[in-house]
Design a binder for this molecule. Structure first.
Ligand code: ADP
Ligand code: MG
Length: 307
């Protein structure tokens, strides 16, 4: 697709080249005819010289060659391009937006702490969470992976909020506090992402920790030298601030739903910014569609890099 969707500069070169070729042919044959009529025996060499000297090869070959080489060079670095226009757009970018979970962090969560709010033991809370998270592809869900012992009814995944489902006749919700319950309860202190499991009442908190990608700080530092960098996240603001501080991002927008992320991007664009969105493709694909250029980090790439 990338090779078929030629970038604008390449198309322009094609158009110019077409008229250029016609022009060159006319000028070459014109000068040949002129010198023939004048009686110069070298008329043919003259026409040929004009043709050779003004060959439009550079014009019609250089851009596609540069472009093809760039695509190949990026592929060698593990970057797959899906539209030729991305090079032109990348050159115009005036702001970079990072997603947090799975992008600045590895997206490999571990359950660090469990706080039971009722009489349900920790292992039962974990079991329930595992059952509910079966249907989710969010990196958070992997932290709960364990052998499933219970049957679950229909599981509903709400992007940027959590999961809900029916287990043995009871309806449960697991995720952000305001998604899990209507009750107003404070999020416990402690670094990490806190998710709440609730049935009719809140049942327990899980504290999940994720690792910051080791290269994140250096990358942000390098990028911030030329462009403003911001972070969008669906996570609550405490954890977002902590991570932003760690990697050196000042402009942080936390607690965003996937739709909020799009709205924020459009606000930047209304102000005249061209935005590059870097995400993991989980819960931020819509924002990636809105951004002028997007880059998705694939878990497969990460494995290849480490191998
Ligand atoms: P980010 O923008 O940082 O990538 P998301 O928008 O994917 O984060 O998710 C925002 C928040 O929603 C998470 O921090 C978590 O609290 C909650 N959440 C999302 N998906 C799930 C899930 N499958 N299970 C539990 N909680 C979830
Ligand atoms: Mg994410």
């Amino acid at each position: 697709d990338a090779l078929l969707n030629k970038p604008r500069f390449s198309l322009l070169a094609d158009v110019v080249a077409r008229y250029f070729v016609l022009g060159v042919l006319l000028v070459a044959s014109g000068s040949g005819i002129y010198w023939y009529v004048v009686g110069n025996p070298a008329w043919f060499s003259i026409a040929l010289s004009v043709l050779v000297v003004s060959c439009p090869c550079a014009l019609s070959l250089a851009t596609p060659v540069a472009y093809t080489v760039a695509v190949a060079a990026m592929r060698a670095r593990g970057v797959v391009i899906n539209s030729g226009a991305c090079f032109e757009r990348l050159a115009q970018v005036s702001r970079i937006v990072f997603d947090k979970t799975g992008t600045l962090t590895r997206g490999r969560f571990r359950v660090e702490e469990i706080i039971s709010l009722g009489d349900m033991p920790e292992s039962a809370l974990l079991d329930l969470a595992a059952v509910l998270e079966q249907g989710s592809r969010h990196p958070l869900a992997l932290a709960f992976e364990r052998p499933i012992t219970r049957e679950v009814g229909e599981v509903n995944v709400v992007p940027g909020a959590g999961v809900s489902g029916t287990v043995e006749g009871e309806h449960y919700r697991l995720g952000k506090v305001d998604f899990a319950t209507d009750q107003v309860i404070p999020v416990p202190a402690g670094s990490g992402t806190w998710v709440l499991l609730a049935g009719k009442r809140p049942l327990g908190w899980f504290r999940l920790s994720d690792e910051v990608r080791p290269e994140a700080k250096a990358v942000i530092e390098a990028l911030s030298r030329t462009l403003p960098v911001s972070m969008f996240t669906g996570d609550v603001s405490d954890e977002a601030m902590r991570l932003g501080h760690l990697v050196g991002i000042q402009e942080i927008h936390a607690g965003l739903t996937p739709a909020d992320k799009c709205m924020r991007l459009e606000q930047y664009q209304l102000r005249g910014d061209r935005v590059l969105m870097i995400g993991d493709g989980v819960n931020d694909t819509v924002a990636m569609g809105v951004a002028d250029v997007s880059l998705a980090i694939s878990p497969v790439d990460i494995m290849v890099q480490e191998a």
